[in-house]
Write a protein that binds this ligand. Structure first.
Ligand code: ZN
Length: 195
C-alpha cells in the first residue's frame, strides 16, 4: 500500500518514510537503512515499545521473535502467501512464534514472494490488522491477538482464529528457553537471498 510504481529502485525505507510523512506530518520518522540481523537486533528492537513485523523472509522473522522475547517487546506479526494471510500478536508474557513453528523451514523448501507471488491487496488487509493491533497495544485498549492466530483466505473471504498456548518445549520461551541468541544459526531461510 505504501510503495508505488515511481518508488521502484529506491530503498523501501525511503518510500515508506515519505508515505508516513504525507499521512501525518506530526510523526517523527527515524529511518534505519540497514538489514535487521542477529548483530544489530538487540540495539534496534530494544529501543522501541513495539515491533510490527512485516518481514518477507524467515530469517528476519525468527530474529525478531527471539530478540523481542528477550527484550520484552511485543510484536504484531503478519505474513502473506498467494491468497492467504495470517496475523498474531506476540506478547512478552504469552506464547511466541516458535511455540507454533519451532524452526524455520529448510532453505529452498518454501518459495518466496518473488517466485510465488501474492495478491496485491493482501498486504493491505493483513497490514491493517497489524496496525490495529499496534494502536491497541500502545493505547492499552481492547483484547490483543495474543495466543491466537488469525487466518484470512481472500479467495472465499473467510477469517478463522485458532488459539495456541506456550509450548513448554519451545526453544526460545520454553522451560529450557534461551537467554541469548548467541549461537543460534539463523541461516538463509529464504529461497532468494536478496540484498
Ligand atoms: Zn515460544
Amino acid at each position: 500500500m505504501i510503495h508505488g510504481d515511481s518508488d521502484i529502485g529506491e530503498p523501501k525505507v525511503a518510500s515508506a518514510a515519505r508515505y508516513v510523512e504525507r499521512l501525518n506530518p506530526d510523526i517523527d520518522v527515524e529511518r534505519r537503512e540497514t538489514r535487521l540481523d542477529a548483530d544489530n537486533a538487540h540495539e534496534l528492537i530494544g529501543a522501541y515499545d513495539l515491533v510490527v513485523d512485516c518481514a518477507d523472509n524467515f530469517r528476519t522473522r525468527y530474529v525478531v521473535n527471539d530478540v523481542a522475547r528477550l527484550e520484552g517487546v511485543p510484536v504484531a506479526h503478519g505474513a502473506i502467501y498467494k491468497f492467504e494471510g495470517q496475523a498474531t500478536t506476540l506478547l512478552p508474557d504469552g506464547p511466541c512464534y516458535r511455540c507454533l513453528f519451532p524452526e524455520p523451514p529448510e532453505p529452498g523448501t518454501v518459495p518466496d514472494c518473488a517466485t510465488t507471488g501474492v495478491l496485491g491487496v493482501l498486504p493491505g488487509t493483513v497490514g491493517c490488522i497489524q496496525a490495529t493491533e499496534a494502536v491497541k497495544l500502545l493505547l492499552d485498549a481492547g483484547e490483543p491477538l495474543g495466543g491466537r492466530m488469525l487466518f484470512y483466505d481472500a479467495m472465499d473471504v473467510s477469517f478463522e482464529t485458532v488459539s495456541y498456548a506456550r509450548n513448554p518445549d519451545c526453544p526460545v520461551c520454553g522451560d529450557d528457553g534461551i537467554e541469548t541468541i548467541a549461537g543460534i544459526d539463523y541461516g538463509g531461510g529464504c529461497r532468494v537471498d536478496a540484498d
